[in-house]
Design a protein around this ligand. Structure first.
Ligand SMILES: [Zn+2]
Length: 455
């Protein structure tokens, strides 16, 4: 074989393919050509003239991690309201978030995306729902950041139209009018959505939550998304407060409310899905409605522990999400995998979740939630070249015989290499697409300016 341009061979690694059969090669290789995986197997790697050969000895090779819920703009508002509940935390943060603009969002998103990459994430969603009238092109700003850092990006155009004066939670100053939301959402789809099979950028439609948007907006947003062929996302069943809000206002559970509005189906995924009864889980499974399980954020805000095993066993498409940086200062997808295992077992006993199920949720599960299981989430010939090479032979992990256990239960290993669409984004623990120190300094400055602006 001779090499075309940009052929990369990773050899001598423990390869966890995370395919449907759970195939692993303790001494295996992967060959990438351009933006696709072309070969995966056991034993010595094929010799290809001109290829870059990466020595994977002492490393675990996995699919890149897929993050199914985030709010990147919050990267410059981390650590605030550190000991509050969701509703109290939101009430503290809304006035600060009201001051964001395109520059602030670009800085926040660059920091947040670089951090995700540094911890093995290759595809991420974002849920951006604060769109100040005079804030400029906040959506364009985060897309620019994703292109700079080099991650595969599924941003969702969020919105709020149920202000405090109408019985909602957010202050009136951060809500939009329904017609402005619909126009803004359509504009974003027309401008940015790329449905191509190897797309680096897909848009979703994402009104914020039942307690911050009207039923009219949810209904209209679903119609818009379906006519444009894009996915639907929202927060749902995160806290008991939300459960009570839905009961008092609509006389039903959050999932029943969403069913009434047409917000179920294989093109819909909910963030959190913590407080679900058996009827809700059956409804999600029966309609193919997905969930982004965010164990760290749910614990940080004391929201509860989602029934991850029950969702998974029922067949609900299930991925993991870091959630916004203001409710998860770590924003590390491997921590989500670890917390998914630990919290599931703490909640339901030792048989609740295996380490390999957690890795599956962080990769192929997330790809399924985003409707991209045929392209992403496992190391198989023909799939897109999104992969993470973790060093598991340092002091942190040496002596742990099972590298998947080392990855999920240990501290996050150093990342030897991260390829996104065949392109190196992280090398030997450093993000190479941006200057990490400069980004850190810009984040610090943007954080101070924003807090100062809120007075
Ligand atoms: Zn969220």
């Amino acid at each position: 074989m001779s090499a075309g341009p940009a052929t990369v061979v990773v050899s001598g690694a423990h390869v966890a393919t995370v395919d449907a059969a759970g195939t692993e090669y303790p001494d295996g290789y992967v060959v990438v050509r351009g933006n696709r995986i072309v070969d995966v197997g056991a034993g010595p790697a094929p010799v290809i003239d001109g290829a870059r050969v990466v020595d994977g000895r002492g490393c675990l090779l996995t699919p890149g991690l897929v993050n199914t819920h985030h709010h990147l703009y919050q990267w410059i508002t981390r650590g605030l309201a550190a000991d509050d509940t969701l509703f109290g935390w939101l009430t503290t943060l809304y006035p600060i978030w009201a001051g964001i603009d395109a520059d602030a969002v670009r800085t926040a998103a660059t920091g947040g995306l670089a951090w995700l990459a540094k911890h093995g994430c290759t595809t991420t969603t974002d849920h951006h729902y604060v769109v100040p009238r005079d804030g400029g092109d906040v959506f364009g700003a985060e897309i620019e950041a994703a292109q700079t850092v080099g991650l595969r990006f599924h941003p969702s155009r969020g919105s709020m139209d149920l202000g405090h004066s109408q019985g909602g939670l957010p202050p009136d100053s951060v809500v939009e009018r329904l017609e402005d939301v619909l126009k803004g959402t359509q504009d974003v789809i027309d401008r940015w959505h790329d449905p191509a099979p190897d797309s680096m950028l897909r848009i979703a439609v994402a009104p914020c939550s039942p307690f911050s948007v009207t039923g009219d907006l949810l209904t209209e947003a679903a119609a818009l998304a379906r006519s444009a062929g894009v996915r639907l996302h929202t927060h749902l069943a995160e806290t008991l407060d939300e459960h009570d809000f839905c009961h008092e206002r609509f006389g039903c559970t959050p999932v029943q409310y969403m069913e009434q509005l047409g917000w179920v189906g294989p093109d819909v995924w909910y963030a959190h899905a913590v407080h679900l009864d058996d009827v809700a889980i059956a409804a999600m499974a029966g309609t193919g409605t997905g969930a982004a399980h965010c164990p760290t954020s749910n614990a940080r805000l004391g929201a509860g522990i989602a029934r991850a095993k029950d969702l998974h066993v029922a067949g609900v498409p299930l991925g993991l999400g870091v959630d916004g940086a203001a409710s998860n200062e770590a924003c590390n997808m491997l921590e989500e995998a670890r917390h998914a295992v630990l919290f599931a077992r703490a909640r339901g006993g030792p048989g609740e979740m295996t380490v390999r199920t957690a890795l599956e949720l962080a990769t192929r599960g997330g790809a399924r939630v985003l409707g991209r299981e045929d392209e992403l989430g496992s190391l198989e010939p023909g799939k897109l070249a999104d992969l993470a090479l973790w060093r598991v032979d340092t002091l942190a992990h040496s002596g742990i015989t099972d590298p998947v256990a080392a990855l999920v239960l240990g501290v996050t290993p150093p990342l030897e290499l991260l390829l996104v669409n065949g392109r190196a984004v992280v090398e030997r623990g450093r993000v190479i697409t941006v200057n990490e120190e400069n980004v850190a300094a810009e984040v610090e400055q943007a954080h101070r300016a924003l807090v100062r602006k809120a007075g």
